[in-house]
Design a protein around this ligand. Structure first.
Ligand SMILES: Nc1nc2c(c(=O)[nH]1)N[C@H]1C(S)=C(S)[C@@H](COP(=O)(O)OP(=O)(O)OC[C@H]3O[C@@H](n4cnc5c(=O)[nH]c(N)nc54)[C@H](O)[C@@H]3O)O[C@H]1N2
Ligand SMILES: Nc1nc2c(c(=O)[nH]1)N[C@H]1C(S)=C(S)[C@@H](COP(=O)(O)OP(=O)(O)OC[C@H]3O[C@@H](n4cnc5c(=O)[nH]c(N)nc54)[C@H](O)[C@@H]3O)O[C@H]1N2
Ligand code: SF4
Ligand SMILES: [Mo]
Length: 829
């Protein structure tokens, strides 16, 4: 038994390069329940992050009473992290779940029934559609629904209504991952795989705090580090994260300067000859443009712009340039920062220059964050065309017309799909009058919250919110629909490394809550959407029908699911797409042969200019025809638009702690997790704390040009001149109203986005701080993570270590890898 709040990554199981990662089954059961009480274990996967750990749900008396990791799953080999252990089941089994629809009467939300709620939705929707057409409708969805739900939603919006105004919170999350892969390789689709951790010699983590954001993946890294031939780690992050603690080289760049650093690293590869000229000649194009763009970026120039040591840039480049096998991971420190797509493409460029992809240990993981973000991108409920199709390619549009049997003119493809920030802008301007928000909480998670609150309160918009709880966002709704949660519905989803899992229904949803799938189908039926032959547009009877339809949509596309069935996903492990006749057991890594999906007739996008976002367009793309070669894409470095000045002297950045997921609707309801990080804080360096005469626990006001927050200080290992705030804390525990005591990180962030991916810049802005009061206790920041205090003394206020106590004990069972898995993994590698 291990306290898994204090021991986030649990017990080490060291292993060597090219060995299989040992099995360790992690399990938690509710207090007073022991294994013999469990009536059923139901197969699922965790939906609390993109890692996608295989999980079994323990059921007793019709309720979820615990979980254990699935030992046979290729993703986690039995392990679970703190969120999986404590929030997956406790985060949904709560008395305050929504159990009936709510409708607004005389300004207040009152309990209602499905008939009334759906009637209101359909009446408004139908009237608007008839009077103003499809552009009056917008959909803002999630990275946390199931594949079948996205596909249903995509068809309803694209072929029922015909609106281009549809996006996911995936726009805030992994739009840049998709964009970077489209630009470099021609299509979304993760080149690498988690087994690359077992096989690599060096790992680069670019703006990725894996230790806190994918804890189980980090366990795999820690186990390699504890083994005989540990990989060399390079960390690019302005904070002294747990990743940085394990790194041989830590590059604590100034927030917003990633691209300058990347140019420096790429330049070092060129000038030291650490490139594979044969690979470049055969499999890539545009190398000369890349060489010219990075030319000015000597290590000294990088040092000046990024605030790092020139020699550290050289050392990092040498590790990349000379290690036999390198794995890179990229996440929000790049995706949500300035020049996001250009910086993320630079990671692809490093690998292409050395030909380090498609081979064991040589992966690129352009990470996802949310558990099902991948499926939204595949299905196209984020605006993309279903099946990684190219909206600028008439043949691809025609394929969907044939699949769905609808009129070609209804599928919106005359202009780029509308991105989330623009959808909210249209609501603000009044042209979108019907907005349906599902499984996301923009009143906390979008930038510049005062503006978002104004938009959600605009009179002209009819707002539908579909959630498990009455969130900050739901407070603004005209109709609130209660959704069935994970464990209460069946469906599939796909993680970062393309592993598809089935999640079976374990228990009944509370009250009248319904799956999002059933709700979308009900809406489609009530709206009377039909195919050309007059049959209903969606005539599926359940998720498995949707999955069958989806398989047809993916046939021959990069994300080919045709070899997967629900039955194939039962019993053993998840399966990595593409899975088809050619690859009946799935595919470990893409691009083994150096052939990329850049053919003009096949690619998902013709690409963009990375500096301005201007589209390349079909003519220019066809003229240079990459024909299966990868493309070196780059742009000159440009400073962030808002950088520190005399009024706002600090760089502001935001992110996560290990113990909470996003706006805490689930993790905030787990006593173990909530206890570990109960309230907001801000991080400041020791030097800046001294200059501003603030110490651990003192209350400060942090202010940007757009808003402020008030929180206690943690003096942490963040670089000088930067302030960090966790973005988890909204205001629902204050009754759903933003009071005088603002604490959400997004009060301060800026309304701006990357020109290519349109991902909002949530990780750099300029702020100032003012001390408000002496603290009376230490800040509530955890001590086990990047928010670790630099000193536990803090003017006599002792900082207590973060522990979970008896309620946080989990059982760990360590075992050799099961023989079935040994065979499976050897066959693939
Ligand atoms: N515990 C936990 N795990 C999660 C989630 C969660 O909410 N909680 N959410 C999931 C989701 S949806 C996502 S998207 C992922 C996100 O996972 P991560 O991207 O790993 O998490 P973040 O904390 O947002 O950002 C990572 C790091 O970026 C650094 N950073 C900030 N600005 C810059 C910059 O300009 N340059 C560089 N190089 N680094 C910078 C921050 O210091 C931070 O440590 O996590 C997933 N997993
Ligand atoms: N400043 C700053 N802002 C950020 C970020 C950052 O790093 N810094 N990160 C961004 C990123 S990467 C992300 S992913 C977003 C996340 O932002 P959000 O998506 O707003 O965060 P969540 O709290 O996960 O919201 C998901 C909602 O869906 C509900 N839900 C869960 N399961 C279901 C279901 O099955 N059906 C339905 N209908 N509802 C369900 C939950 O109760 C919850 O209210 O935040 C973004 N915002
Ligand atoms: S690493 Fe992610 S998927 Fe795995 S248990 Fe933790 S939250 Fe769940
Ligand atoms: Mo995310």
């Amino acid at each position: 038994m291990v306290d898994r709040i204090a021991e986030i990554w649990g017990t080490r199981t060291p292993y060597a390069r090219d060995e299989l990662w040992p099995t360790r089954v992690d399990q938690v059961l509710a207090e007073g329940v022991d294994e013999s009480d469990v009536e059923r274990w139901v197969q699922s996967a965790c939906v609390l992050c993109s890692n996608g750990c295989g999980i079994d749900i323990a059921v007793k008396d019709g309720t979820m009473v615990g979980v254990r990791g699935r030992s046979l799953d290729i993703v986690n080999h039995g392990r679970l992290g703190p969120k999986g252990l404590f929030a997956s089941w406790q985060g949904v089994s709560n008395e305050d779940r929504l159990t009936v629809p709510l409708v607004r009467e005389n300004g207040v939300l009152v309990e209602s029934d499905w008939e009334t709620a759906m009637q209101r939705i359909v009446t408004r929707s139908r009237n608007l559609l008839d009077d103003k057409g499809p552009l009056s409708h917008g959909f803002y969805t999630s990275g946390q629904l199931f594949l079948e739900e996205y596909y249903a939603q995509a068809i309803v919006a694209k072929a029922g209504i015909g609106t281009p105004h549809m996006d996911g919170n995936t726009r805030l999350c992994t739009a840049t991952a998709a964009a970077a892969m489209k630009e470099s390789f021609g299509s979304d689709g993760q080149p690498g795989s988690y087994v690359d951790i077992d096989e690599c010699d060096a790992m680069f983590l670019f703006g990725h705090n894996m230790a806190e954001s994918q804890t189980v993946l980090w366990m795999r890294v820690l186990d390699r580090i504890a083994g005989p031939d540990k990989p060399r780690i390079v960390c690019v992050d302005p904070r002294f994260t747990e990743v940085a603690r394990q790194a041989e080289v830590h590059l604590p760049v100034r927030p917003g300067t990633n691209l300058a650093l990347m140019h420096g690293l790429v330049r070092e590869l060129f000038i030291n000859g650490w490139i594979d000229q044969e690979y470049i000649d055969q499999h890539t194009m545009n190398v000369e443009q890349l060489r010219a763009t990075v030319e000015p970026w000597t290590p000294e120039a990088v040092a000046e712009t990024c605030g790092v040591e020139a020699d550290d840039v050289r050392r990092a480049a040498e590790i990349f340039g000379t290690s036999e096998r390198v794995l890179s991971t990229v996440l929000q420190g790049f995706y949500q920062s300035s020049q996001a797509t250009a910086s993320s493409c630079a990671v692809n460029n490093l690998h292409l220059l050395r030909g380090l992809l498609g081979k064991p240990g040589c992966g690129i993981l352009q990470m996802n964050g949310q558990p099902t973000a991948q499926n939204n991108r595949e299905c196209g409920a984020d605006g993309d065309l279903s099946g990684f199709r190219n909206w600028e390619n008439p043949e691809h549009v025609q394929q969907l017309v044939d699949l769905w049997n609808v009129d070609a003119s209804i599928i919106p493809h005359w202009a780029p799909p509308t991105h989330a920030m623009q959808i909210f802008r249209y609501v603000e301007q009044g042209s979108i009058e019907f907005l349906w928000i599902s499984a996301t909480n923009p009143a906390v998670s979008m930038p510049q919250l005062s503006r978002i609150r104004d938009i959600l309160s605009v009179d002209s918009v009819f707002l539908v919110v579909q959630d498990l709880y009455l969130t900050e966002t739901a407070q603004y709704a005209d109709v609130v629909l209660p959704a069935a949660a994970w464990g209460e519905k069946t469906g599939t989803f796909t993680n970062v490394n393309r592993t598809v899992h089935l999640s079976e229904k374990a228990v009944e949803p509370p009250g009248e809550a319904r799956s999002d799938f059933d709700t979308f189908l009900d809406y489609s039926r009530r709206m009377g959407f039909t195919r050309l032959d007059g049959t209903p547009l969606l005539d599926w009877t359940g998720p498995e029908d949707a999955f069958a339809a989806w398989k047809e949509c993916t046939r021959g596309r990069p994300c080919d699911y045709t070899g997967i069935t629900y039955d194939k996903l039962r019993g053993g492990s998840g399966v990595q797409w593409p899975c088809n006749e050619e690859h009946p057991d799935g595919t470990v890594r893409l691009y083994r042969d150096g052939v990329f999906p850049t053919n003009p007739g096949y690619c998902e996008s013709y690409g963009h200019d990375l500096l301005t976002g201007a589209p390349v367009g079909p003519e220019s793309y066809q003229a240079v025809n990459p024909a299966g070669r990868a493309i070196f894409k780059t742009a000159p470095y440009h400073p962030a638009h808002e950088t520190p000045d005399d009024d706002y002297p600090f760089r502001y950045t935001t992110g996560r702690t290990v113990y909470h997921l996003h706006t805490r609707t689930k993790t905030g309801r787990s006593p173990q997790l909530n206890g570990a990080a109960p309230d907001a804080w801000v991080e400041i360096s020791a030097r800046d704390a001294e200059a501003y005469e603030v110490a651990e626990g003192d209350i400060v006001r942090v202010e940007s040009r757009r808003g402020h927050l008030t929180a206690p200080v943690r003096v942490s290992g963040i670089r000088d001149g930067s302030i960090f705030a966790p973005f988890h804390y909204g205001y629902w525990d204050e009754g759903g109203v933003p009071g005088g005591n603002y604490r959400a990180a997004n009060e301060l962030t800026i309304t701006e986005w990357d020109p290519v991916s349109k991902q909002p810049i949530l990780k750099n802005a300029a702020v100032r701080i003012t001390k408000i009061a002496d603290g009376t206790a230490a800040s509530p920041a955890p001590t086990t993570t990047a928010s670790r205090p630099v000193s536990t003394a803090g003017r006599g206020r002792g900082v207590l270590p973060t522990v979970g106590g008896p309620a946080a004990q989990a059982k760990e069972t360590i075992a050799p890898v099961a023989p079935a898995m040994v065979v499976a993994e050897e066959e693939h590698s």
